[in-house]
Write a protein that binds this ligand. Structure first.
Ligand SMILES: O=C(O)CCC(=O)C(=O)O
Length: 209
């Protein structure tokens, strides 16, 4: 079942456009991890949501868990470095992020992973992006969210310590950097409240998954 997006009252334009990145605000989480946040980076986010929801070739995956094969509770799509992205705005966002973080990251963002959370039953469990270089090296993962806000939670790896909660949707940008993928973990928990659909676009450098 797919729920319908209740659009933002504050962003009713159909023109999809990125704002400047100079409003990014950094929060240091500890152990060399940080997040940068820019609410409402994108205007026309609802229009982009509708296009991506309708046009991306979404995959429903299944995985083995406790000796059973279960549905992965979200839809997925992945675009490698040489794959054309499904909307020109995403290439613009990737390139703007690469330029903004060029000095600090030392390499461009190249891949885009897309996740479609159809309603509050869709989720992703606690994890760090540690397939590849993120397991050993500092890196960055930038996430642009469109559609209805869902909470992204962060906590020190293995649990314990405080949890950081950021509701993300409607064109918000978060960038996880430093040691964040190694020393912290993140998740999008299921929501018992009526949650509309959200799509997240994760930009990563080559060799980080
Ligand atoms: O949807 C999000 O914002 C997080 C996605 C995520 O953590 C992942 O796919 O690895």
């Amino acid at each position: 079942m797919t729920t319908h997006l209740q659009g933002s009252l504050f962003d009713q334009t159909d023109e999809v456009r990125l704002g400047p990145l100079d409003g990014l605000r950094r929060t240091r989480l500890g152990s060399g991890a940080w997040i940068d946040l820019l609410p409402g980076w994108l205007s026309g986010a609802d229009a982009l949501f509708e296009r991506l929801a309708a046009e991306v070739p979404w995959r429903a995956e299944r995985r083995e868990m406790y000796e059973r094969v279960v549905d992965v509770p979200r839809l997925l799509a992945f675009y490698g470095a040489s794959d054309p992205l499904p909307h020109p705005l995403l290439a613009e966002a990737r390139d703007a992020l690469s330029a903004h973080y060029a000095e600090e990251l030392g390499e461009p963002f190249t891949t885009a992973g897309l996740c479609h959370y159809r309603d509050g039953r869709d989720s992703v469990a606690w994890h760090g992006d540690r397939i590849g270089r993120g397991a050993r090296q500092d890196t960055m993962v930038a996430i642009l969210s469109v559609g209805a806000p869902r909470d992204l939670l962060l906590r020190p790896a293995g649990g314990g310590g405080g949890t950081v909660r950021r509701p993300l949707g409607h064109g918000d940008l978060i960038v996880m950097g430093g040691s964040c993928q190694r020393t912290w973990e993140h998740c999008v928990p299921k929501s018992t409240r009526a949650a509309g659909p959200r799509i997240s676009v994760q930009f990563r450098p080559h060799g980080v998954r």
